[in-house]
Design a protein around this ligand. Structure first.
Ligand SMILES: [Zn+2]
Length: 127
């Protein structure tokens, strides 16, 4: 599955606090994102939102991240894993769902379905 680069970038800026997650993202002029998050205080145990994370009210952390920081999180991921950051190494994206056939996929346009970074699959130069 594709990693959540917003979370990686924002969490890094928060000092990589264990368990930190965003719950709201506001885009500001295309290149900035105001990310609000924190550490969930538990899970909702009943009702229609059962299983969703519960957040403390009104005291979330606010952190501003830039598109460059997201790009950086993506390239760090690619360097560390060798996986395509666009599809998270799966080589495909879910485009829909059908009750008879399940998930519908398209081939990842970034890695052409290999799941690897563009550089990783280059053939060795021949003498
Ligand atoms: Zn891909």
């Amino acid at each position: 599955m594709k990693p959540d680069f917003f979370n990686i970038a924002a969490k890094k800026k928060m000092g990589n606090v264990e368990g930190w997650q965003w719950y709201r993202i506001e885009a500001i002029r295309d290149n900035f994102f105001l990310v609000e998050g924190g550490i969930p205080i538990g899970e909702i145990s009943r009702g229609p939102n059962k299983g969703r994370k519960k957040w403390a009210k009104g005291n979330g952390d606010k952190v501003l991240i830039t598109r460059e920081e997201i790009d950086q999180a993506q390239s760090e991921y690619e360097t560390q894993t060798g996986n395509c950051s666009y599809c998270g190494g799966e080589g495909k994206h879910v485009t829909g769902w059908n009750k008879d056939t399940g998930n519908k996929y398209i081939t990842c346009p970034s890695c052409n379905g290999t799941g690897k970074t563009a550089g990783a699959d280059k053939p060795e130069p021949q003498p």
